[in-house]
Design a protein around this ligand. Structure first.
Ligand SMILES: Nc1nc2c(ncn2[C@@H]2O[C@H](COP(=O)(O)OP(=O)(O)OP(=O)(O)O)[C@@H](O)[C@H]2O)c(=O)[nH]1
Ligand SMILES: [Mg+2]
Length: 270
């Protein structure tokens, strides 16, 4: 490659939201590949890059979607407007179609209209919502778990308020929710699903790291992948944090959610 092609490649990788260190690593790798394969053609370089990117997803060998023991709690967390409530609606729809009985919990007691918004999604997805009078997220989620323990529900999906890492008291509240859930069910929450807005790039990654200080995120749903965002941030999450991506959000409707597929994702970057 001449310098111009080289610069173009670097620019393309940056445009995918891969971030400096990952771009450098890929460029170094390509240089080495070029040395060992001087006759390589464009398609060989592309193959090398795809293979390298796939190798960043070591945890993605597990079959998705995940299914959980009866009565499990999936706690959905993330910053304001990332798509938590929408994702709960879509997850409820998805699991209901798999013949699971779903209960959603309006754990966002912070924003006035949040409960109403979740109840609209619950109706769309044709699932139940726990009608708690508690003004505290931990109270609402406790009630939902209690209902779940009666054996009626397969899965409880709990919404939470959007929060930014700077709001210390809100972040502490998440710790309380988790502590309270564990009083009823030591294994709960069986999943802490972080909703990562793909359009946020580096910021999204920094915010996720701040959440990790207070709650052990076990899976990620990457939303807004239908827009111009390339979602290269997913590769950085794998490389730096090794938290599996479980779902991809591809729009605003009930059906716009798919289990994450690393092969398909890497193909979509090219
Ligand atoms: N294009 C697109 N829009 C999405 C996707 N997921 C969510 N949205 C939109 O993002 C906006 C915020 O979604 P919500 O589900 O309300 O987000 P939230 O995290 O619950 O927000 P707060 O409760 O305010 O923190 C809405 O307009 C959604 O329609 C997606 O995958 N693609
Ligand atoms: Mg919400």
């Amino acid at each position: 490659m001449d310098q111009e092609q080289w610069d173009r490649l670097e620019e393309l990788l940056y445009m995918q939201d891969l971030g400096g260190s990952l771009v450098d690593e890929i460029l170094e790798g390509i240089k080495l590949f070029h040395k060992s394969h001087p006759q390589a053609e464009e398609s060989d370089y592309i193959q090398w890059m795809k293979k390298f990117m796939l190798s960043l997803f070591p945890l993605q060998n597990e079959p998705l979607p995940r299914f959980y023991p009866k009565g499990s709690l999936v706690l959905v967390v993330g910053v304001n407007g990332s798509g938590k409530t929408t994702t709960i609606g879509r997850l409820a729809h998805f699991y209901r179609e798999q013949n699971q009985k779903i209960l959603v919990a309006p754990g966002d007691t912070f924003r006035a209209a949040a409960k109403e918004q979740l109840s609209i999604w619950a109706k769309r997805a044709q699932v139940d919502m726990v009608d708690s009078l508690s003004k505290e997220p931990s109270g609402v989620i406790y009630e939902a778990l209690q209902k779940g323990q009666s054996g009626e529900y397969d899965l409880i999906l709990a919404d939470t308020a959007g929060r930014l890492d700077a709001k210390v008291e809100l972040m502490r509240e998440l710790e309380k929710v988790i502590r309270t859930a564990k009083k009823l069910q030591p294994e709960a929450p069986q999943e802490i699903l972080y909703i990562l807005d793909a359009t946020l790039g580096q910021n999204g990654l920094d915010q996720l790291k701040a959440f990790l200080q207070v709650c052990p995120v076990t899976g990620i749903c990457l939303t807004k992948m239908d827009g111009t965002a390339k979602g290269g941030v997913a590769l950085r999450v794998q490389k730096e944090l090794k938290i599996p991506i479980l779902w991809i959000g591809l729009g605003e409707s009930l059906h716009d959610l798919q289990p994450f597929d690393a092969n398909q994702y890497v193909e979509s970057l090219f």
